[in-house]
Design a protein around this ligand. Sequence first.
Ligand SMILES: [Mg+2]
Length: 226
Amino acid sequence: MAVIALFDLDGTVLTFDGAAPGPGRTAMGRASRELYGDDHTQGIRFAGGTDRAIARALLDRAGLPFDEDKVQALIDRYLEHLEVELARRPYRAIGDVAGTVTACTERGARVGLATGNVRRGAAIKLASAGLGDVFDLSRGGYGCDHEVRAEVVRIAIARCGREGPVVVVGDTLQDVAAARAAGAHAVGVAVNQATRDELIAAGADAIVDRCDRALVDALFRVAAWR
Ligand SMILES: [Mg+2]
C-alpha cells in the first residue's frame, strides 16, 4: 500500500527572509486595512491556522459578524496583495524540497499537501519559491476546503486515494494534533529547540530540521509503525 505523505507549507516547506511579519501576514493586514479601515491582524496567530479561521478571527476583531461573502472578499483581496508582496519578497524553500518530494515519490509514496492556505494562495506561494511544479495540487487539502485543520487533513487523504499509512509533515502542534485526529502519523519540522520541544510534547513521531534525506527516512520509518 502506498504511503501518503502530506506536507504543510508555511514553516515546513516555505520560509521568508527579512523581519516579521512575513508576506502572508503583511498581505492579510493590507486587505484588512483596505476593506475594514484598519489592520486587524494583531494578536491573531497565523502559524498552524487555516485561512478561513484567520478570516473569522479577523472579522471578529473588526467587530463584524461572520459572513461567507465577507470571508471571500477578504481572501480575494489578500491574494491580490500576496502576489504584489511576493514579487518583492518571495518565499524560499526550507532545504531541498524538490529532492525530498522526488525521493518520496521514487520510494512509492503519494505526495500531497495539507495546508491552511487556500489553494490559490498555496500555488502563489510555491511559485514564488520556484516550487510551482513540485507538488500535484489536486492531491491537497486546503484552507478553502475547511476551517478546521483536521478536516483539511482528511480531505487531503481522500484526494490522495486513502490507500495506505498517512504521514503529515508540519511545523506546528496544530499539524501534529490534526494528524492525530485524522488517524495519521506526524513528522515535525523544527528550526529551533523550542519548536522541537513543542512538537515532541504534542506527540510528533519524529522530528527533523528541514526537507532533506533525513526527513524522507523519518517519514518512511514512522509510516511502517502500526
Ligand atoms: Mg506551518
